[in-house]
Each structure stands twice: as structure tokens, then as C-alpha cells.
Design a protein around this ligand. Structure first.
Ligand code: GL2
Length: 795
């Protein structure tokens, strides 16, 4: 901004502040100041937003359908992408306003559970920055993922009404409202559009989130009749649909309301696309060119009911024949799978599908018939066809629907895609090999570096002598030339130290725990799942605690273990893992024999905005899932980009991180998928427990009174799963004990290596320098290029 623009900004800002509050400047609150800043920025975005919309109207566009968009806060990110972050901070400073203080008035838009939802948000940022036409379509949940707190170490959940004080980043577009018809109910779908600003390129894409509303606020007759509850019953029933995000990560909900949410946003979105197409391509009555302008990417199975819905709209509302509509549909849909865990692959009982949309169920049967005939022609018998059926045993298989109809199926990391082809969807791969492809995930460097790690960002620009890396992250490779430059390595070390100090201060304020910024920060933040093996990490901490108790003078570099993440409210064992971590933290942190050397913190309510403070401060990134189970992971990339070294299994995108940054610059441990497959049947966790005393002592602590679970039997539950299975299985499904010894040894190596500051800093540098591949810009360009066939000016 030149001086004129700066003055204008300040003028607009003060004027907005007074206009929306009717107060004099010095009477306004910090919240007022935050609100006015949103307004001022939205005004600036508006013009480019309209221009981008107008320009893309007659161009091929991708539509990213996702039940989740885990956005976080928008203020800082928008300022970064508009290229006015530092200047606005300065201008506010001149007005006596502390930017960081007002930033905290923004609630995270936490409309997602974890990686899958955050990926969608990163893709939005990258598409805009790479000038790719992409609309996001989703749900405007009034309650995001619950807020987590700990009571006596147990997780407590509380609602997260993120828009109760308004939402400065959305525009309600009443004129684009649609009607969504369920079997027993019709509701209004009202779109709220959020701008998605590209990095200083004038491109603004749109994220359109639908909110369910009644047609009438209340029924007057009933009210007059003193039936007050009944008068608003319909309104509540409508609003229920988008009231709350299901907090189950990778767990089928199986509830009518959940399918209603899915159908709700998908139906509104499909109607939206078709209505717009008819407006702008009014002479194409048979939708012959529809597929030339639209490609819909289905983010997991959640939006897959869009497939019959498009056919329904084309056939019932636009007079096409089923065959015509089906042919269009085949050219429009592409499907991304995000997990191989069976409990996540959605299958809907047909009575639920019928209750939501009887017509879609009918169309699903029609598609299923096509499939059966088609496969019979290929020579398959009835039983050979079974694994492909969309409807079988009274259930609709949402993945089968998308794989059969869609033209592309992709996994989210190289190993994951191989597992899909060899195992999960092997039968499909045999018939349609050409549909399968890999798109390794990525993260946006704008939020996860430029914004959240200002010092490192400045360092990179200085060393490379250009800001080009912000658009093309491969340029980071240029940092390698400083790999042996001691001054540069020291500088990098100091940046990490500063970030660690900032996090330590924040943790003291928010968690009430004092940690030493000089200690190794060893961090595991992600949803709590058995397959992610937070309990492997905790058992190892118990082992370390035992060692330090036996020998307080042991040669051990002080380490702080930091955890963060939410457990699904109904996932007992995940909650047990949280309780266990908190209990170990209580014991360790209060024991003066060890607490100079060992600290454990489980931060409350880990979320995007907490992550922005955590990722830049990590020395060690724990990525310790059972090999073959983590489809990709994306937290691993956030740590890497910020110079955290990966302590990881050979799983998901860890493998690609090791490939790019070098195994010598990271810490790989544990069994491979092949090894686990081999021992699967003969695995004997009890045998390991009986012969390895370190493991025995750590596992014993779960039940010998050393740790207190307040009679919840939570620790016994973990113990039983490991070595005393109650269900006749072999126990330790996720191979905790199998990988323990290697994990322990690798930790020992880390503990030694960290003491050589220059060598460690060199590894950090090598990770940063090779993080380019993990930019979601690269990922989205791959989607645009290989699946969507949409031009991006940058490839
Ligand atoms: C996930 C995978 O578990 C995770 O490994 C992957 O990185 C993300 C994004 O592709 O998708 N699948 C899934 O259902 N959730 C994930 O985080 N929630």
C-alpha cells in the first residue's frame, strides 16, 4: 500500500468502527475493533471477488464437495494473502490497537474433525493462489467440533457456537436459496459465501456453505392456540439439520440426521450448479456440454449421494432420459478415498436412504441394475459380482457407488493408493485400472508458514533473496546451499528457540504448566485414535519415568512431551488414552526427582489456531501410526515445513517425507506394512510383554496402582487390549508392543543427537529445504492437471 492507500484504509476503518457501533472511537471495545476490521477487509475483497466470479462464469470449474471445511481463523490469513498484513498491523498500532489482542476475538471456524476437513481448507487456499477455478461446497454447521476441556484429566465436551456473535467473513445470499425435499420434510437451504483469497494475485474463489432454515419462523395458528412448542417445532426440525457437526472422525455415524446433512448440502449444491448452467447456457437444453464446465470432486464418501441427486435433477426436473443423465454423471464425478479403516467406509441401511430421499434410492437401484448387467456381460457370476454391488444386504455402499459411476478414484499418499489397489479396492482395480491414481496430500504454506512462523518466513526470504517460494514452494531447495554455513544454522536454531519460548509462555498461561524452552520439544498433536498410537508414546514416557526414578543422574537431555487432540465423545478407549496421558503428566510433573528433566503436557482444545503456535515450536514430530493405517497425515508436513524432525513409522506420507528430506535427517522406526502382514497371524504380544522387562514395567503401571484412573477402569481397558484381550482376538491390534523397542532406541538416538546443535540444525534446514513437494499448491495443480483437466496458468 502506498501512503494514499494507507490513509484510506485507516479512514475506512475508523468510519466502519463508528458506523457499526454508534460509538466514539475511544468507547469501542476490542470486539468492536475486530468486527470493524473484518468489515473493512471484506470491502476490499469485494471488488476482486466479483471480478473473479464474472471471469470464471464461462470457464471450466472444479467443485469440491465436502462435509467438512476446517478453516480456523480468517483474519490473519486474509491479510497475508492480500499482502497487507504488516502494514495493517502498523496502522492499527498507530491507532493504539494491539493486533494480536483483537485477533483473539475471532473464533475458529472448526467445521471439520481433523485432517480431511483441514485438507479441504488448504485446497481452497491453494486453488485461489494458483488461479484455478474451484468452488467449495459444504455445510454451515452452527456448532463446530466441540470445545474440549479436562476435568480431573477426563475429556469434557462443550458446544462450539462459533457464530453466536456474528460471522464477519460470510455473505448471506438469500437470492440463491434452494429448497431441499426430504421424504417427510422440506427445508430452505440458504447459502453463505466466504471469499477465498489467493496470494496477492487478485483471484478470489468462493466457499459456499449451506444453512438449513424453515420457510416460516413459526406457525401463527398454533401460537394463537397456545401451542407454543408446536408453533416452533417445524422451525427447530429444519434448523436441526445444520445444527452440529458430527464429532466422529472416521467413524460411521449411521444416523438419519447425518445422511440428511449430507443430502441437504449436496442437493442444494447440485441444484445450484444446474440452475446456474441453465441461466448462462440457456440453449443447451439437454445438458450436452454440462460436463465440459463442471467436475465435482467428492471428498470421501460423505457427499456421494450427489451422484443420484444429479441424475434426479436432470431427469425429474429437466426432462432428460435416465441414460442421458447417467452418461453426463459419469463424466462429472471424481472420488477421493481418505482411509482404509473399515469402520469409516460408509454403508447406509436402505430404510434410512429411503427416509431421506426415496427418489435417490430408486435411482441407486437403477444404477445397481446397470452395474449387474454390465458385469454379467463381462462374464462375472452373481457371486463374483457381490463385492461390487452398490446395494447388498439391504445396505448402500457409498464407495462402490462412486467408483462405479465416477471416472477417477484417488488415494492421498503413494502407499495409501497402493493399498487401495492391492487390497481395499483390489477387485475394482482389476476391472477399472485406468480410474485409479494417487494425489499425495499437501498443506498451504501461507497459513502454515508465512502467517504462523513470521521469523522463519523472513529468514527464508532473506536467504533466497526473493519471495517466489511463497508461490512455488520447490524454491525452498535453494536453502540447501547453506547446509554447512554455521552462521545460518545458528540463526535457524535461534528462530526455533524463540518459537519455543513463545509456546512455553502460551502454555504457561493456558495450561498452567511451566516448561523449559531449552528442553527438547517432542510433540504429538492430532485426533486421538488407537491406530495413531498416542499410547505407544505414553508407555514410552512411563518407561523413561521409571528409568529416571531408578537413576536420577542418568545421561538424559531434558525433554518436554506435548500432546494435543480430541477424542470422539463416544470412543471410550480414545478417552482412556487422554486420561492416561493426563495422569502420567500429573505424576511426572509433580515428582521433583524427575521434573527438571521430564515434563508432559496435554494441551486443552487443540485446534487450527493452537496448531499455528505449536507446529513452529517442535523439535520432534511424532508420526507413529501403525504402518498401513494412516492414509497420509498432514500434520507431519506442517512440522517438517517448520523444521521439526519426523520420528515416524514407514506409513502414509511419512514415507515421502523420508524420501524427500532423507532418512538421515529424520528418525524412522518400526515394522513395515509387509512385515506386519507377515506376522499378523502369529503375533504374540503377551510373549513380548513377558520377556521385555522395560515393556512389562510400563504396561504393569496401568494396573498396579502406580497410576490412578479414578475407578473408571479406563487403564484396565488399555491393558486388556494390549495383553489380555477379552474378545478372543490375539490382542494389541495396533502392534504397540511390537514396535516399542525400536521406538525406544530411536528416542535414545534423538536424545543424543540433539546435543550437537549444528548437526541438528542442519537436519532442520534439510527438512525445510525439501518440504516443497508437500505444498498443497503442488497437490491442487496435480488434481487440476490430471483429474480435472483445468488450466492453471502456473503449469
Ligand atoms: C483422513 C486420514 O486419516 C489422514 O491420514 C489424511 O491425511 C486425511 C486427508 O486425506 O484424511 N481420513 C479421514 O477420514 N480423516 C482424515 O484425517 N478424518
Amino acid at each position: 500500500m502506498d501512503n494514499l492507500a494507507k490513509n484510506k484504509f485507516t479512514e475506512d476503518y475508523v468510519e466502519n468502527l463508528q458506523r457499526i457501533t454508534l460509538k466514539n472511537f475511544d468507547e469501542t471495545s476490542e470486539k468492536d475493533k475486530y468486527d470493524a476490521l473484518c468489515d473493512t477487509i471484506m470491502e476490499r475483497i469485494n471488488q476482486e471477488w466479483r471480478a473473479s466470479k464474472n471471469k470464471s462464469r464461462y470457464e471450466r470449474t472444479a467443485y469440491y464437495f465436502s462435509a467438512e471445511f476446517l478453516i480456523g481463523r480468517s483474519l490473519g490469513n486474509n491479510l497475508i494473502n492480500l499482502g497487507i498484513y504488516d502494514e495493517v498491523k502498523e496502522l492499527l498500532d498507530e491507532l493504539g490497537i494491539d493486533f494480536e489482542a483483537i485477533e483473539d476475538y475471532e473464533d475458529d471456524a472448526a467445521l471439520g474433525n481433523g485432517g480431511l476437513g483441514r485438507l479441504a481448507a488448504c485446497f481452497m487456499d491453494s486453488a485461489a493462489t494458483q488461479d484455478i477455478n474451484m468452488y467449495g461446497y459444504g455445510v454451515r454447521y452452527r456448532e463446530g467440533i466441540f470445545k474440549q476441556s479436562f476435568e480431573n484429566g477426563f475429556q469434557k465436551e462443550e458446544g462450539d457456537s462459533w457464530i453466536k456473535d456474528g460471522d464477519g467473513w460470510s455473505i448471506r445470499v438469500d437470492s440463491d436459496s434452494r429448497i431441499v425435499n426430504f421424504r417427510d420434510q422440506a427445508v430452505k437451504a440458504v447459502p453463505f459465501d466466504m471469499p477465498v483469497v489467493g496470494l496477492e494475485n487478485g483471484k478470489v474463489n468462493t466457499l459456499r456453505l449451506w444453512q438449513a432454515e424453515p420457510f416460516e419462523e413459526f406457525e401463527f395458528d398454533k401460537f394463537n392456540n397456545f401451542e407454543y412448542d408446536a408453533a416452533v417445532a417445524k422451525k427447530n426440525r429444519a434448523e436441526d439439520i445444520t445444527r452440529v457437526l458430527y464429532p466422529n472422525d472416521m467413524q460411521r455415524a449411521g444416523k438419519v440426521l447425518r445422511l440428511k446433512q449430507q443430502y441437504f448440502f449436496v442437493s442444494a449444491s447440485i441444484q445450484d450448479l444446474v440452475a446456474k448452467y441453465k441461466r448462462y447456457f440457456s440453449d443447451d437444453l439437454r445438458f450436452k456440454n454440462f460436463h465440459n464446465y463442471h467436475v465435482i470432486q467428492l471428498n470421501d464418501t460423505h457427499p456421494n449421494i450427489a451422484i443420484p441427486e444429479l441424475i434426479r435433477v436432470l431427469v425429474d426436473e429437466n426432462g432428460l432420459e435416465f441414460e442421458e443423465a447417467f452418461a453426463i454423471t459419469q463424466k462429472v464425478f471424481a472420488f477421493t478415498n481418505h482411509t482404509v479403516l473399515q469402520e469409516a467406509l460408509e454403508k447406509w441401511p436402505i430404510d434410512i436412504v429411503e427416509e431421506v430421499s426415496p427418489r435417490c434410492l430408486e435411482i441407486i437401484y437403477q444404477i445397481n441394475d446397470l452395474l449387474v448387467n454390465n458385469f454379467k456381460e463381462k462374464g462375472l457370476s452373481e457371486t463374483e459380482i457381490d463385492p461390487y454391488r452398490i446395494v447388498i444386504y439391504d445396505q448402500v455402499h457409498m464407495a462402490n457407488l462412486a467408483i462405479y459411476v465416477g471416472f477417477s478414484v484417488n488415494g492421498v499418499a503413494a502407499l495409501h493408493t497402493e493399498i487401495l489397489k492391492d487390497d481395499t479396492f483390489k477387485h475394482w482395480y482389476e476391472i477399472f485400472p485406468e480410474k485409479f491414481n494417487n494425489k499425495t496430500n499437501g498443506i498451504t504454506p501461507r497459513r502454515w508458514l508465512v502467517y504462523s512462523n513470521r521469523a522463519l518466513s523472513k529468514f527464508i526470504t532473506e536467504k533466497l533473496g526473493t519471495e517466489d517460494w511463497k508461490y512455488n514452494l520447490d524454491e525452498l531447495k535453494g536453502l540447501e546451499k547453506f547446509a554447512d554455513d554455521e552462521d545460518v544454522l545458528n540463526e535457524l536454531w535461534d528462530i526455533k528457540q524463540e518459537n519455543k519460548k513463545r509456546l512455553a509462555t502460551y502454555i504457561l498461561e493456558n495450561e498452567g504448566i511451566k516448561i523449559d524452552p531449552e528442553s527438547i520439544f517432542d510433540i504429538q498433536v492430532k485426533r486421538i485414535h488407537e491406530y495413531k498410537r498416542q499410547h505407544l508414546n505414553i508407555l514410552h514416557i512411563i518407561y523413561l519415568y521409571h528409568e529416571l526414578k531408578k537413576n536420577p543422574d542418568m545421561d538424559f537431555y531434558p525433554t518436554t512431551f506435548i500432546f494435543g487432540g480430541k477424542a470422539a465423545p463416544g470412543y471410550f478407549r480414545a478417552k482412556a488414552i487422554i486420561k492416561l496421558a493426563n495422569e502420567v503428566a500429573r505424576v511426572v510433573n509433580n515428582d521433583p526427582d524427575v521434573n527438571e528433566k521430564l515434563k508432559v503436557v496435554f494441551v486443552e482444545n487443540f485446534r487450527v489456531s493452537y496448531g499455528e503456535k505449536i507446529y513452529p515450536a517442535a523439535d520432534v514430530s511424532e508420526q507413529i501410526s501403525t504402518a498401513g493405517k494412516e492414509a497420509s497425515g498432514t500434520g507431519n508436513m506442517k512440522f517438517m515445513l517448520n523444521g521439526g524432525l519426523t520420528l515416524g513409522t514407514y506409513d502414509g506420507a511419512n514415507i515421502e517425507i523420508f524420501d524427500h528430506a532423507g532418512e538421515e535427517n529424520n528418525y524412522r522406526f518400526g515394522a513395515t506394512v509387509e512385515q506386519l502382514n507377515e506376522i499378523d497371524q502369529s503375533y504374540n504380544p503377551r510373549g513380548i510383554y513377558q520377556t521385555n522387562m522395560d515393556i512389562k514395567d510400563a504396561v504393569e503401571a496401568l494396573v498396579n496402582g502406580e497410576l490412578d484412573d479414578n475407578n473408571s477402569y479406563m487403564f484396565l481397558d488399555i491393558y486388556n487390549e494390549l495383553i489380555n484381550p477379552q474378545d478372543g482376538s490375539r490382542g494389541d491390534r495396533y502392534f504397540i508392543l511390537k514396535d516399542f523397542e525400536d521406538y525406544k532406541k530411536t528416542h535414545e538416538k534423538i536424545n543424543k543427537d540433539y546435543r550437537d546443535k549444528l548437526a541438528w540444525s542442519r537436519k532442520c534446514l534439510m527438512n525445510i529445504a525439501n518440504a516443497g513437494y508437500f505444498s498443497s499448491d503442488r497437490t491442487i495443480i496435480n488434481y487440476a492437471d490430471e483429474i480435472w483437466k483445468i488450466d492453471s496458468p502456473n503449469y
